[in-house]
Design a protein around this ligand. Structure first.
Ligand code: AMP
Length: 420
């Protein structure tokens, strides 16, 4: 299966190829033809499945026909629950429409409204928005929806969880009845089905997680450590766990280079992949990693986007990401297609704010496991104040070594986090 066989035009195929995607993901194979055919869609797909391209690519294709947007109007509206997701989806829209003459904008709260009003003046083909700010803009006559062609509700389950139902209803009330509606959600809960019944018209249902049993299982844990001892802890984890294929995330390109040098010096073959590396160097590093000739691939978030690595057993957050959604993306690199995956974050006292944000967004308290000998001088609390754990708290578990290969000691009674 290729992207070309899904019926996408050359400029879109070029943009997809530039992202390094070879083959469409399952959600893309299922969703793209239906969206192109103009059907409403109800899709169960989580972050990490390629859902964003699953709706963006066919939407862009459809936008190639028809008239461009009138001033202060949008042809496609994509609603997301958080600013971070809005920014991320907006980024995807820009990337995939790079070779098209389409205008897009992203609007969310917490920043000045004026530049957003200016951006909407000429009209946009694709508007990505969070509900509250969109309503503000609507009230100020900055945006109108006559002629809206397609509405996307991304992460609809999370919008409900975050209490956006009334905002959504208000927005729905001002959208034209005649439109295409696509709804993405991690699961089809009763509430989601009720929402779909109300706002979708004879939707096609597609799902890449048919039931919870086949949902990806990622065991997550946190290893508290002082900042300066992170490299030594990582070395210990890789060696003692006998990890043969580990994707390590760092915050900066420089950090990626430094850590790669450290790992190589410790006898753990590693390569870095980031924006300053040539495409050739990146391709080689990825090929070496996939073939097993290097054990560790050290990447920044941007570089890791679009890396297609199947069945990756182990992800390490050497540093936590600044955007909590990137945490979800990062760990989504493991535990794909129902396989088990393991994601460990090396957390020092400086990382507390970032950890709080991640635990809040993922609505969980990630289990702490102290590796003996790496106890931090500056402590990492057992629980951040803002996380609302849905699971019973577990007592801290000691690091037990690697009696039966890479997974022992870390996952013997691995807790399975809620999928999102
Ligand atoms: P999403 O589930 O939309 O958040 O996408 C998860 C990640 O998969 C993003 O980093 C995308 O860039 C990447 N991605 C999307 N489609 C593909 C594909 N067909 N092949 C490889 N990577 C992809």
């Amino acid at each position: 299966m290729s992207f070309a066989s899904l019926g996408l035009s050359a400029p879109i195929l070029t943009a997809v190829a530039e992202q390094g995607y070879d083959t469409p993901s399952p959600i893309q194979i299922q969703a793209i033809p239906q969206v192109l055919a103009g059907r409403d869609l109800m899709a169960a797909a989580q972050t990490g499945t390629g859902k964003t391209a699953g709706f963006t690519l066919p939407i862009l294709e459809r936008l190639l026909n028809g008239e461009s947007a009138k001033p202060n109007h949008a042809r496609v509206l994509i609603l997301t629950p958080t600013r971070e997701l809005a920014a991320q989806v907006g980024e995807s829209v820009s990337l995939y429409s790079k070779h098209l003459r389409l205008r897009s904008a992203v609007v969310f709260g917490g920043v000045k409204i004026n530049p957003q009003m200016i951006a909407l003046r000429r009209g946009v083909d694709v508007l990505v928005a969070t509900p509250g700010r969109l309503l503000d803009l609507y009230k100020q006559n900055a945006i109108r929806f006559n002629g809206l062609e397609t509405l996307v509700l991304d992460e609809a389950d999370r919008m409900l969880d975050m209490g956006f139902i009334n905002d959504i209803k208000k927005i729905m009330a001002v959208l034209p009845k005649q439109r295409q509606t696509l709804m993405f959600s991690a699961t089809f809960s009763t509430e989601i089905r009720a929402l779909a019944k109300q706002f979708l018209n004879d939707p096609v249902e597609v799902s890449v997680t048919p039931n919870n049993a086949t949902a990806p299982t990622v065991t997550q844990w946190i290893s508290p450590v002082d900042k300066k001892r992170k490299p030594a802890l990582l070395t210990r984890l890789i060696q003692e766990g006998d990890w043969q294929q580990v994707l390590v995330f760092t915050k900066t390109k420089h950090g990626a280079n430094k850590l790669t040098a450290h790992l190589n010096a410790e006898g753990i073959s590693a390569s870095a992949i980031h924006g300053n590396k040539s495409q050739g160097a990146r391709t080689k590093a990825l090929a070496d990693f996939k073939s097993g000739s290097i054990r560790a691939l050290v990447a920044t978030d941007i570089a890791a986007r679009g890396l297609d690595i199947d069945q990756l057993p182990q992800v390490v957050n050497f540093e936590l990401p600044h955007v909590p959604e990137d945490y979800v993306h990062r760990i989504g690199r493991t535990g794909r297609a129902g396989a088990s995956g393991y994601a460990v974050s090396l957390v020092c006292a400086d990382d507390l704010k970032l950890l709080q944000a991640i635990e809040r967004v993922t609505r969980q308290t990630i289990e702490r496991r102290q590796v003996p000998g790496f106890e931090p001088v500056n402590l990492v609390p057992e629980e951040t104040t803002v996380a609302k754990p849905k699971h019973n708290r577990r007592p801290k578990k000691p690091f037990k070594g690697h009696a039966d290969g890479q997974r022992s000691g870390f996952v013997a009674s691995g807790h399975k986090p809620k999928a999102r």
